[in-house]
Each structure stands twice: as C-alpha cells, then as structure tokens.
Design a protein around this ligand. Sequence first.
Ligand code: C2E
Ligand code: MG
Ligand code: MG
Ligand code: MG
Length: 291
Amino acid sequence: RAARNGEDGVRCYAPAMGQVFLRRFQLVTQFRHAIDSGQIEVHYQPKVALPGRQVVGAEALVRWWHPEYGRLDPDEFIPVVEATGLVDALTAFVLECALIKIRDWLDRGMRMSVAVNLSVRNLADESFPDRVADALQRHDIPPELLTLELTESSVMADRERSLPVLRRLHTMGVVLAVDDFGTGYSSLAYLRHLPVDEVKIDKSFVLGMGTDLSDLAVVRTIVELGHSLDLAVVAEGVEDDISRDQLVGMGCDVAQGYLLSRPLPEERFEAWLEARTKREIDARSETVLTL
Ligand code: C2E
Ligand code: MG
Ligand code: MG
Ligand code: MG
C-alpha cells in the first residue's frame, strides 16, 4: 500500500513500517538470485513411524542464508515470495533436491520418502503434475516415495483449479498430505472429498495437548477422523515423550518434531540417521545377548 500511496503516503508510516516494506521488497527482488547462488538451503526433518522407531522419511524445509539479514526462516519469506511467480522456482528447486535425496538413499539401499511443501500457485497450475511426472522419471523414483504437502486453505483458494491438479497427482501415485490440519478453513466434512492419503495435525494442537484439554480433544478427533477416512495421520510438533506416548495411545501413525530432531542440513541429517541406525543395531545385539 505504501507504494501505491506514493512518496507522500510513505511519509505517513512510522519508519519501522518503511523498513519492513523495504525488506519485503528486497526479498522479492533478490529471491531468484538467492536460489541460483546457493543461498537457499533445504533442511530435512525426520518422520518416524509409531509406535516403533523406524524412520520413514523426512520433510524438506527451506532456509535462506541472506548476505545481509542472516538466516531467514520460511515463515518470513515464503508468504512474500508466494505472492509472486517466484514460488514456482522455489518448488522446482526443492522438488529437485528432494528427488536427488530419495535417489541417493535408494542407491544406498534405503527406501525413504521426502515430503515437499506446495504453494497455492502450484495447485492452480495445470502443468504442475506433468512437471512432477517428468522429474520422477528423470530420477527414476517410484511416485509413492514422494509426498506433496498442501493446506486446505490453498485448495479452497481455487477449488475449481486445484481439484483436477490433485486428482492427477494422486492418480500418478504421489502421496498427498493435508498440512496444518485443524487450522484455517479446515472442515472435517470436506476432507473426504479431497484425493489425499495423509493428514498432518497442526503443531499448535500437538504442542498444547499436554496442558490443554481442548487441544488434546482436537488431536484425538483428528486421529479418529483420519482413520475413519482411511488416511495416515501424522503429528508434527512432537517435542516430548509424554505427547509421543499419548499419540501412540491414540493410534497416530507417524511423528515428527524436535523430540526426534530439528530440521537439519543434509550432511547433519545423514549423520543423525547413521548414529540412530548404529544405536538400533547396538540395542538389538544387546537384546540378542541378554536372550
Ligand atoms: P510446515 O510445513 O507445517 O512445517 C512444519 C514446521 O514446524 C517447520 O517450520 C518445522 O521446523 C516446525 N517444527 C517441526 N517440529 C517442531 C517441534 O517439535 N516444535 C516446534 N515448535 N516446531 C516444529 P519451518 O521450517 O519454519 O517452516 C515453516 C513453514 O514454511 C512450513 O510449515 C511450510 O508451510 C513453509 N515451508 C517450508 N519450506 C517450504 C517450501 O519449500 N515451500 C513452501 N511452499 N513452503 C515451505
Ligand atoms: Mg509441511
Ligand atoms: Mg504444518
Ligand atoms: Mg505451516
């Protein structure tokens, strides 16, 4: 709005407002270069099957190492970039990184999936499924190892366009997940009309379930609803053993959260995986010995 008001309008704002505007403007103009010059980094956060400990995959989450502002989290720059066509380049970049990662694991005998977050623009883009299909083929990846996460509100933003895109992706065999479920538009009834395989309980409820009975009730309801619709239920924001145990008790299928690990740069994620696998093997051989 500051821009439309012209110079006079800008003067009406507090200096801090002008700075926020300037920063957003910079983020948009610098984003393309940021992708091309390696400032955008994909981190991976593990997802573990409950009640066991098996790592089933990871979610790809981007960070921007900005030369002036330092590390920027996606909640600051994604909404800014999402308003422009630039978010298409971001999705393409993250998808490419994710598929390279899945292929690398396959080549090392590991079958794990990676989840990529989509933007509302991808869902409205009828050529998007073909580009995903091309990318899967190029990397020789079975489609079920790729998960695409979308929010209900991004589907609702343009249902007419998104539904065919989702149906196409679903038919291809890509796993579709509804992210941040329980917030925004979320309508339990509408969920069954979406061609999706997985529902992710928003972390606000999972973070609150230890202290707030209504959060606990929401989590329980989503797990039950998800299962009644034959969906896998993932809880994000699992930070402690208590909530993990509660989720196990409810029959929640997958957990993701700081309890397991924060999102990590690729090399650190690999080190985490290796250490965990080693611990598993040690634990198992100990069991064998004591038997
Ligand atoms: P999201 O897809 O719901 O991702 C989960 C967010 O919860 C991540 O925040 C993750 O770091 C955080 N989280 C995970 N476990 C815990 C926990 O135990 N406690 C707490 N407090 N937080 C936890 P992050 O990485 O800052 O990402 C924020 C959002 O930015 C994502 O929410 C997603 O909507 C968006 N985003 C991230 N990467 C991409 C991308 O490549 N493309 C698009 N379009 N959006 C992205
Ligand atoms: Mg997500
Ligand atoms: Mg989420
Ligand atoms: Mg989110």
